[in-house]
Design a protein around this ligand. Structure first.
Ligand code: AMP
Length: 502
């Protein structure tokens, strides 16, 4: 592994990295920084938590270190305000000993300050696509000198409907430019966009999700849907230390959980797309500074949440697909820290449960010993593995149920990897076959409109297995330290939330 010095970064950047306490580059940084400094386009399959923000900001800063010319030379596009702000704050840290000016622009707030900042002169602009185009159309932004273009979380931007905006923005930048393209997943629409923009890119696949989540203890609490709130408060009563990020499926759901917890005296705040930008920024800031212990978030709003020491993630509602699960639980166990993810899995969550296990190639601990148990029938129903191609497509849930009760999950089965795949390669393992196998998940689990259009799109997850990257480098940042999941130590728990503090 090369050091930051060996990657040839400018001394002012090295000094800032020292201040930040970074000792060595993460794998995504090692790959990207070197290529970017050499002038290559980069296509990186990497998710938040791998250190990708520094991977693309450091080489740009390096290249801009001694530049005097005016104008926006680097543009970073991000899907959400939170992520854009997060990138801005990282960039500020990394460039603290340099004369590189940057600003962040995003929608949902008045453009006045943003326009003022743009007028002062900017070298690096971080923006969400919609606001950027608005300000461009009003004549406040000139992108013609942009020679570094970064697309961060490209899959998310496509899911949010930004494809045309991205293409327009790309065409407004200088023709001769270097593009760094990052995406957590690489479904065909994202790959197509990448190939249309990138010029003979170097490729890096650093998101073997199943490796990153290895450092996270996972638990599925199998319970009745109507008892989830009771279970949540019971868990919080018993686990009184450490910050908790709770995911709900809908904005309304987030509000309900927030209200419920506040009524019971918990310091809980919800963030989602309907909250004002000010409220979201405040809530995130309070959570980051540990002023509030509990943050309730929808998937979209959670983007950009970067808390190094977040011990708990709770999936109050199961995610729409396995990749969202990985994104969610990846909020804990970051930068090498320990984390635990608890998911509330209900009567009709069978398919997503098994999709997740198949995706991770892991049997996750099931907790069925608590006060909110399912009936025998429902429990068996949830735990029963779907037969290939036999998803629920609307028929009565009993239709496919066998009589095996907890088959496969009893003593010692929990957390076991199904094979010994190693390294970072995502070759053609069984996931592709299973997930491409015509599984049709029932969509009646929702409690209203899904906020993120991506969720539930079968192609997002269905194509992970076969993205065909040649350069799998293995091991996301913070992952790969412990190969065995801590959830592998036991099967179904004997005690309700064992180890809980009163
Ligand atoms: P990111 O994937 O960019 O969201 O980064 C995840 C977290 O890792 C952030 O809190 C970074 O500050 C931290 N980080 C990034 N690179 C390094 C590094 N080389 N050494 C230690 N921490 C890092």
């Amino acid at each position: 592994m090369k050091s930051f010095e060996e990657l040839g970064l400018d001394t002012s950047i090295l000094k800032a990295l020292k201040d930040a306490g970074y000792e060595n580059p993460t794998p995504v940084q090692e790959g990207t920084i070197e290529w970017a400094i050499e002038g290559h386009d980069v296509l990186g399959c990497a998710q938040t938590g791998t250190g990708k923000t520094a991977a693309f900001t450091l080489p740009i800063l390096h290249c801009l270190a001694n530049r005097q010319d005016k104008g926006i030379k680097a543009l970073v596009l991000a899907p959400t305000r939170e992520l854009a702000m997060q990138i801005g704050s990282s960039l500020r840290d990394y460039s603290k000993y340099m004369r590189v000016r940057h600003t962040v622009i995003y929608g949902g707030v008045s453009a006045y300050e943003q326009i003022k900042n743009l007028r002062r002169g900017v070298d690096v602009l971080i923006a969400t696509p919609g606001r950027l185009l608005d300000l461009h159309n009003q004549g406040h932004v000139n992108l013609s000198k942009v020679e570094f273009l970064v697309l961060d979380e490209a899959d998310r931007m496509l899911d949010m409907g930004f494809i045309h905006d991205i293409k327009t923005i790309e065409s407004l930048c200088a023709e001769k430019k270097q593009t760094l393209f990052f995406s957590a997943t690489m479904p065909p629409d994202v790959r197509k966009l990448a190939m249309g923009i990138l010029n003979d890119p170097k490729q890096l696949d650093i998101a073997p999700a199943e490796q990153r989540v290895d450092s996270i203890e996972q638990e599925m609490v199998i319970l009745r849907r109507d008892r989830k709130r009771a279970m949540l408060t019971q868990w919080l009563d018993e686990n009184t230390e450490g910050q908790v990020l709770i995911f709900t499926k809908t904005k309304r759901g987030a509000d309900r959980v927030e209200e419920d917890l506040q009524e019971q005296g918990y310091r809980a705040v919800a963030i989602h797309g309907d909250k004002s930008q000010g409220a979201r920024t405040r809530a995130l800031g309070d959570f980051k500074r540990n002023k509030s212990r509990i943050l309730v978030a929808t998937d979209v709003a959670s983007r950009g949440i970067d808390v190094d020491q977040l011990p708990f993630v709770i999936n109050f509602d199961m995610p729409e697909n396995a990749e969202t699960y990985v994104h969610r639980i990846g909020r804990t166990g970051r930068a090498g820290a320990k984390g635990k993810a608890i998911s509330f899995c209900c009567e009709d969550d069978r398919d997503i449960l098994h999709e997740i296990e198949k995706h991770l190639n892991l049997e996750i601990n099931k907790n069925t010993e608590h006060p909110f148990v399912l009936s025998e029938r429902d429990l068996a129903d949830v735990l029963e593995k779907p037969t290939r191609g036999g998803g629920r497509s609307g028929g009565p849930s009993r239709g496919y149920k066998g009589n095996s009760g907890r088959r496969g999950f009893g003593g010692g089965g929990g957390g076991r990897r199904n094979d010994s795949r190693g390294g970072g390669s995502r070759g053609n393992d069984s996931r592709g076959e299973y997930r491409g196998g015509g599984e049709t998940r029932s969509d009646n689990r929702g409690e209203g409109r899904t906020e993120n259009r991506s969720e539930g799109r079968s192609e997002t997850s269905g194509n992970r297995g076969g993205s065909g990257y040649g350069s799998s480098r293995g091991g996301g940042y913070g992952g790969g330290k412990s190969k065995s999941s801590s959830s592998s130590s036991s099967g179904v728990k004997k005690k309700f939330f064992s180890g809980a503090k009163k």
